[in-house]
Ligand binder design. Structure first.
Ligand code: DX5
Ligand code: ZN
Length: 216
């Protein structure tokens, strides 16, 4: 099966965002990955809901929203109002993760749980049957264009095993330093979905790069 490709607009040209969103609409991308940062959970701030309202209007693909913020449950109504398909919250930001996952589902979105590079896959054991997707961070979240952390490939393998063992239907997505080379190894290890920012937007031909990623 072809991997799901979710371009991260964090690496887009914010002065000409409409142009990059049109490129994504035209391309073979499956989703659009939206990185929301608060300067508290991660050491950076990206964009907020007033900007995203217009992003959502111009986007024809399902929104894959990744919240790198504390208390993400506070913003379930705002994420829902964007028309988001998937709401990713961090394991490390949710002491009551099970409740947050239920709340996301009740709001009519697909719940996904994201784990940082230092968070072990095994900690997902008791939530894996309740989530639509797990997002494995293959860089420390906060910035685009960072170097891929090699251990992430092993984590994808471990997560695939956990999913099979528990009879979960969760998808596996990977985010950070994904390009054609690392992407190929992640797909071989069992990844279903790839997020890519820099590899797409810094490429000479972003649309062609998305096409190449679909072929992994
Ligand atoms: C990092 C974000 C990523 C980022 C990926 O904190 O979650 O989605 O945009 O960018 P690249 O693909 O450039 O590593
Ligand atoms: Zn992300």
């Amino acid at each position: 099966m072809k991997p799901i490709i979710s371009p991260s607009i964090l690496s887009a040209d914010f002065a000409y965002l409409a142009k990059d969103l049109e490129m994504i609409n035209r391309s073979e991308a499956d989703w659009v990955h939206i990185d929301i940062m608060d300067g508290v959970f991660v050491p950076n701030i990206s964009f907020g809901f007033p900007v995203l309202k217009y992003v959502a209007k111009l986007t024809q693909k399902p929104l894959d929203v990744h919240l790198m913020i504390v208390n993400p449950e506070k913003f379930i109504p705002e994420v829902k109002a964007l028309g988001a398909h998937i709401m990713n919250v961090h394991y490390e930001a949710c002491p009551h993760l099970h409740r947050v996952v239920q709340q996301i589902r009740e709001a009519g979105m697909q719940p996904a749980v994201t784990i940082n590079p230092a968070t072990p896959v095994a900690l997902l054991q008791d939530i894996i049957r309740d989530v639509y997707m797990v997002l494995i961070m293959s860089v420390n979240p906060g910035f685009g264009g960072q170097k891929f952390i090699e251990h992430s490939v092993e984590k994808v393998r471990e997560l695939r095993e956990l999913i099979e063992r528990t009879g979960s239907k969760a998808l596996i997505e990977v985010d950070g330093g994904v390009n054609l080379e690392t992407g190929a190894r992640l797909v071989a290890a069992g990844a279903d979905a790839l997020v890519a920012g820099n590899a797409i937007f810094a490429a000479e031909n972003p649309e062609e790069t998305i096409h190449a990623m679909k072929g992994l």
